[in-house]
Design a protein around this ligand. Structure first.
Ligand SMILES: CC(=O)SCCNC(=O)CCNC(=O)[C@H](O)C(C)(C)COP(=O)(O)OP(=O)(O)OC[C@H]1O[C@@H](n2cnc3c(N)ncnc32)[C@H](O)[C@@H]1OP(=O)(O)O
Length: 424
């Protein structure tokens, strides 16, 4: 076996793509198809595919692409979104992941991307590179018979309209854009994303089971304020209907739209269980049911991880809960975010500059990521040992400034049956 120091980490060429795709498929336990190579080839960010090569054999994969993240207050920052990370079983634990991350984060830093984000397949992997969990998700399983919703109360679902994929595609992206403008933690969904989500791909495998699509039109304004994609399969047992329904995507810009769309899903005839994945843990949705306890949380987990690369740009882009000032000493072994920073911010905006003053708080770059979108508290992070209160009162001030009234949320749609098999 080649010494790991001589394994080449480099940008992938067109000729490398089939081997790269196969290595990625092996790592993710997915079978290789010609169409998966075409999908990788046709999607944006080809120049940001990285591979690890042992002589001419591809043994590691890594991808990043240009994304956008909404932060508290509604500003949208360019971010590097990382995915498709794998190392061949024959080459694991030899530092290849670390080398690919270091190369990519250096590239993002040099391009001026202030943040990088990813969904971590495994919790222990990315903290060592300065990523911290920045949004969380809850996965609900709703027992329809306990939900106490009366299907005769059609007023509960008025405004919901079942549509076909083409009609959905005309309206749904604009609904998502309205949410994204105000939802800290939301990422952009591009045209390719919507074509995939609605099964309108020019090539590629058909979506099975075929999803159903619904919109919510506000009864007063007629405007589309919500969207719902779900799958449901006819299932019977002992002459009784037992169909599960999977919500793939539920996006709403008003609590009324959100409630109507969930109530619609929960009152579909023959359905006994509704799966509702990837919601913010403080979602209002269970409270739309007659009995909120009918929605059990089957997984509660960290979801989007974030890495700050440019501290002043990131901290001055968001707004803060109250007017205040803090001096933060940020440690970062890779150096990108490190320094002593003077933050002055409030509900109307913020500024952040390097300072020679002594710090109020000392914290690692990973903890700063968990504070950034408002999901965690400085007090909690200090109890865990990664944040130190240097000046008394600084933890309480940081909490008042950084925390948000609602938890951030990174909406994720379930794009295929893979997630339904036994998830979570
Ligand atoms: C954003 C995403 O795409 S998430 C998807 C991540 N990919 C997967 O889970 C696919 C299956 N797994 C794999 O392909 C590989 O095992 C990887 C990518 C997770 C790790 O690759 P490796 O090259 O073995 O990692 P590398 O040797 O660089 O290890 C870096 C560090 O992570 C640790 N580490 C590696 N894998 C794991 C693991 N599964 N659990 C805990 N720690 C791990 C190593 O011990 C090492 O720690 P150290 O720096 O303290 O010594």
């Amino acid at each position: 076996m080649t010494d790991s120091a001589v394994i080449d980490i480099r940008t992938v060429t067109d000729d490398d793509l089939p081997a790269w795709t196969r290595t990625w498929g092996n790592g993710y336990l997915r079978s290789y198809t010609e169409s998966s190579v075409d999908t990788i080839r046709s999607t944006a960010g080809r120049d940001r595919l990285i591979g690890a090569f042992d002589l001419d054999r591809c043994v590691g994969t890594y991808r990043s692409s240009a994304q956008e993240l909404t932060v508290p207050g509604g500003a949208v920052l360019p971010v590097s979104a990382i995915s498709k990370v794998s190392v061949a079983g024959t080459h694991r634990r030899r530092g290849l992941l670390s080398r690919m991350v270091a190369m990519d984060l250096q590239g993002a830093f040099e391009r001026g991307e202030p943040l990088a984000v990813l969904d971590a397949a495994q919790y222990p992997l990315y903290g060592r590179y300065g990523f911290g969990p920045a949004t969380a998700m809850a996965w609900f399983e709703i027992d329809v018979h306990r939900a106490r919703l009366d299907p005769r109360r059609t007023a509960d679902v008025s405004g919901v309209l079942l549509v076909d994929a083409r009609e959905y595609l005309k309206t749904a992206p604009a609904v998502y854009e309205r949410l994204r403008a105000v939802q800290p933690g939301a990422l952009r969904r591009d045209e390719q994303w919507w074509l995939d989500a609605t099964g309108q791909r020019p090539a590629g495998p058909p979506d099975r089971p075929e999803p159903f699509f619904a919109l919510y039109l506000d009864p007063e304004t007629g405007e589309a304020d919500g969207l719902l994609t779900f799958t449901a399969e006819e299932t019977w047992g002992s002459m009784l209907p037992r169909s599960p329904l999977w919500i793939r995507d539920l996006i709403a810009v008003s609590p009324r739209a959100e409630s109507a769309l969930l109530r619609y899903a929960v009152t579909v005839d023959w359905v006994t269980t509704v799966h509702l994945p990837y919601r913010a843990p403080d979602t209002l949705l269970p409270l739309c049911l007659g009995d909120p306890r009918a929605a059990r949380i089957s997984a509660l987990s960290d979801y989007m991880w974030l890495r700050i690369l440019d501290t002043p740009r990131a901290l001055s882009a968001r707004t803060y809960g109250v007017d205040g000032a803090l001096v933060l000493e940020v440690t970062d072994p890779a150096g990108h975010a490190a320094g002593v920073w003077s933050l002055e911010g409030g509900p109307d905006g913020a500024s952040c500059t390097r300072t020679g003053r002594g710090p109020d708080l000392r914290l690692g770059v990973r903890d700063l990521a968990s504070l950034y979108l408002g999901d965690d508290s400085a007090t909690r992070l200090a109890a865990l040992g990664g944040t130190e209160e240097v000046r008394p009162g600084a933890l309480a001030r940081a909490d008042a400034m950084f925390r948000t009234g609602r938890r951030p949320w990174s909406p994720r749609a379930v794009l295929g049956p893979r997630y339904q098999a036994g998830a979570p």
